[in-house]
Design a protein around this ligand. Structure first.
Ligand SMILES: Cc1ncc(COP(=O)(O)O)c(C=O)c1O
Length: 443
């Protein structure tokens, strides 16, 4: 039985200690480490989540204004339509010797949403789906190297980029990623470029052994249609495949991949995160002649066939389409962006905003920015809000929630301004260590 410790906002401390004893690092996802928010203060463990309300294991309630389970739940936590479909699936049976028919229905639905594609394969995590796409691209082109931009998961093919230079991945999304355990023989098989670096990309492609260019359509900055077309042109010129990783960008601004909006189609594409509204399901879509190459190599896993994922995705897609979730979350996000920027400016603080409206990233431009971020998280917890420096809106966030968030934030910023005006160190006002902003080993 979990012990309730009402009104103790730093709940989960003892469980967190135990977690570090039994799980290296304490958990299985960097982005959910409490050290990424406010070490020793972030509640860490949840008992239940519904809409945008999270109940921690001490019974405290919070409204979630953070990365919202890293973007998995654009229809809110515990969406009743999706959960009903999943419960029904559990009643009928989740796993079986035979295949679930919903795998076929989902493949058909996703292919119809992306008319340039004709076939789909499924996995359960974004990193797996990316690795499948890399394998298919290598099998199809009979080439080895991958030119990439952005973050694409934890697998060897991606981390190998840091073998030659351990800072290669630092500015892609996560810094400090170690290659310990990655075969050194993979050196220079994955080569990074940055958004907009067409010359650099062409230099990589000139090495003639590049199976694919892999990139997100957008992370922090809106791409131009021309840029996407130029990358596609280069992929054709050098006979490499173009893979869009839409794990995060998919379903936020469009129904499906963001590339649909730009009308620039890849050869392969990955969808994940929001696809199952919190249930594990990711997919690789592609053109038939390329996807068929997955039959010439071995890509197979027991839980790739779990029924819940397909059922959840089908229900999620129906609900997204019904409520036009991508429009709703973009509008909520744009309201948030406008308000938060005005609020920080009114206290003389410069806020840097990036990302699409439906995936807002903000950062105070200040020499103590990490301390300020931690201070805001700490103080907003007292007001029963979860926040960091990312806001992933969901259809469950209302304008009233956002106004309440701003009212609380206003008070926190007033307190912060007094600290800064008195030339005091923000760090001295923290009740725990400063948040991490990269991959760090934990003790
Ligand atoms: C663009 C992109 N690709 C791949 C991944 C990895 O997905 P997962 O954490 O489900 O393995 C992520 C996760 O943040 C992502 O944003």
């Amino acid at each position: 039985m979990l012990k309730r410790n009402k009104n103790n906002k730093a709940s989960g401390n003892s469980l967190h200690k135990k977690a570090k004893k039994y799980i290296p690092g304490g958990n299985s996802l960097l982005s959910k480490r409490r050290e990424m928010f406010a070490p020793n203060q972030w509640p860490a463990y949840f008992e239940s989540a519904k809409g945008i309300t999270v109940k921690d294991i001490s019974g405290n309630l919070f409204r979630d204004f953070s990365h919202f389970a890293v973007g998995t739940n654009s229809l809110g936590y515990g969406n009743s339509k999706v959960d009903k479909a999943v419960k029904n699936c559990i009643e009928k049976g989740n796993m079986c010797t035979l295949n679930p028919p919903e795998e076929v229905f989902l493949a058909e639905k996703l292919v119809k949403m992306h008319p340039w594609s004709s076939m789909a394969r499924f996995a359960r995590t974004g990193g797996e789906a990316n690795t499948i796409a890399v394998r298919i691209a290598r099998a199809f082109t009979k080439k080895s190297k991958i030119a990439f931009c952005g973050y694409h998961g934890w697998h060897d093919w991606y981390l190998s980029a840091n073998i030659r230079n351990k800072k290669n991945l630092d500015l892609q999304l996560l810094s400090g990623l170690s290659t310990n355990g990655v075969p050194k023989e993979l050196e220079s098989t994955s080569i990074p470029f940055f958004e907009g670096e067409l010359n650099k990309l062409e230099d990589i492609l000139k090495q003639k052994d590049v199976a694919a260019i892999k990139m997100e359509v957008m992370r922090s900055k809106k791409p131009s249609k021309q840029y996407l077309e130029d990358v596609k042109f280069l992929s054709k010129k050098y006979k490499s495949l173009l893979i869009f990783d839409e794990c995060t960008s998919g379903f936020r601004e469009t129904f499906g991949g963001l590339h649909l909006k730009y009308d620039v189609n890849p050869d392969l594409m990955i969808l994940g995160k929001a696809l199952g509204n919190g249930y594990a399901i990711t997919s690789v879509l592609g053109k038939e002649e390329i996807m068929e190459k997955s039959q010439s190599t071995f890509i197979s896993s027991t839980f790739f066939t779990e029924r819940i994922g397909f059922v959840a995705a089908l229900a999620t897609l129906d609900e997204m389409e019904r409520v036009k979730s991508w429009e709703k979350i973009s509008s909520i996000g744009s309201f948030f962006k406008a308000g938060i920027s005005k609020l920080f400016t009114s206290y003389g603080l410069k806020l840097e905003l990036s990302g699409m409206d439906a995936l807002v990233s903000y950062n105070v431009n200040h020499k103590e920015s990490r301390e300020i971020k931690t201070f805001i998280t700490q103080e907003m917890l007292k007001n029963n809000f979860l926040c960091g420096n990312l806001f992933y809106p969901s259809t469950s966030h209302t304008k009233k929630d956002i106004k309440d968030f701003f009212n609380s934030l206003d008070k926190v910023l007033r307190k912060l301004k007094l600290i800064l005006d008195k030339n005091e160190k923000v760090k001295d006002h923290l009740k725990g260590p400063v948040s991490h902003n990269s991959f760090e080993r934990l003790n």
